[in-house]
Design a protein around this ligand. Structure first.
Ligand SMILES: Nc1ncnc2c1ncn2[C@@H]1O[C@H](COP(=O)(O)OP(=O)(O)OP(=O)(O)O)[C@@H](O)[C@H]1O
Length: 262
């Protein structure tokens, strides 16, 4: 499969591809714990277009991370269908799914997930080396990606020598290095102070505007969610609301950033 043809051309919300980037139909997920079954997702149907920034909020345990894991193919679903760029994930073998994910999606986590013994550039290139890209090409792409997040002068530092915001920039560089069209972010600023958190959000929003990258954020924070283009709220494994975020909220024209309520 070639690259998603939507990359780099859909920063404007006015350009809507006829093909959804993410299409979930009646997705359910159950976890079996001995005699007990946890119904983590119940019949979720959802469509996300290329170029969107979507925030998912909801109380602890409502299924946000499970939804992200199931939509991205990190976890299997119990029933339903998930298609990414028209590709049904269940039709892929484990090996093909891993390769598809590595090529087409980036992941950002609250805990950065950088390896402490590697410096910044080595952390960024590692997943590419693992997925079989040549050392020379991986290094080239890693530097290009580090450039995009403004971390060139920190690239030879190990994570312990970096601030939280700088670590997250390297994690974003790692997520972007394969030029995915879609980036999943689970509490991407959860470990950061509010100013650094805003810088990381601004970076992601810039990448969305300038390069058409699609972002799905899982977050607890209303002030982050209201900077997305669309807000999905969940409760008990269900989608409770799904609506655009008002433009005036998104542009920060209000002083009350708590207006997005669960
Ligand atoms: N691997 C697992 N095995 C069993 N149950 C699980 C597993 N992962 C999640 N669950 C359960 O599924 C439900 C949804 O969990 P999930 O982590 O998706 O919630 P969340 O909304 O992301 O929560 P939080 O905001 O606290 O991170 C919870 O009841 C949780 O206990």
């Amino acid at each position: 499969m070639g690259k998603m043809e939507t990359s780099h051309q859909v920063a404007s919300p006015h350009i809507v591809s006829s093909k959804a980037l993410i299409e979930a139909s009646s997705v359910s997920k159950e976890y079996c714990l001995g005699e007990t079954t946890v119904q983590a997702l119940r019949d979720i149907t959802l469509r996300i277009e290329p170029g969107e920034v979507v925030a998912i909020m909801g109380p602890s345990g409502c299924g946000k991370t499970t939804l992200l894991n199931c939509l991205s193919g990190l976890d299997s679903i119990s029933s339903g269908t998930v298609k990414i760029a028209g590709r049904d994930l269940r039709g892929l073998s484990d090996r093909k799914l891993t390769a598809f994910r590595a090529r087409e999606m980036g992941f950002i986590f609250q805990a950065y997930n950088l390896l402490p013994v590697l410096n910044g550039v080595e952390n960024v290139e590692l997943p590419m080396l693992v997925s079989g890209i040549s050392a020379r090409e991986a290094r080239k792409r890693a530097w290009a990606s580090i450039e995009r997040v403004g971390m060139r002068d920190r690239a030879h530092h190990r994570p312990a020598e970096l601030s939280g915001g700088q670590r997250q920039r390297f994690a974003i560089a790692r997520a972007l290095a394969t030029h995915p069209s879609l980036v999943w972010a689970d509490e991407p600023t959860g470990a950061l102070d509010s100013q650094t958190s805003q810088e990381i959000l601004d970076l992601m929003l810039h990448l969305n505007r300038e390069e058409g990258l699609t972002f799905v954020w899982v977050t607890h924070a209303p002030d982050i969610a209201q900077q997305a283009g669309r807000l999905i709220t969940m409760r008990d494994g269900l989608i409770e609301t799904d609506q655009p975020v008002d433009a005036h909220l998104r542009n920060g024209e209000t002083t009350d950033r708590k207006q997005v309520q669960l």
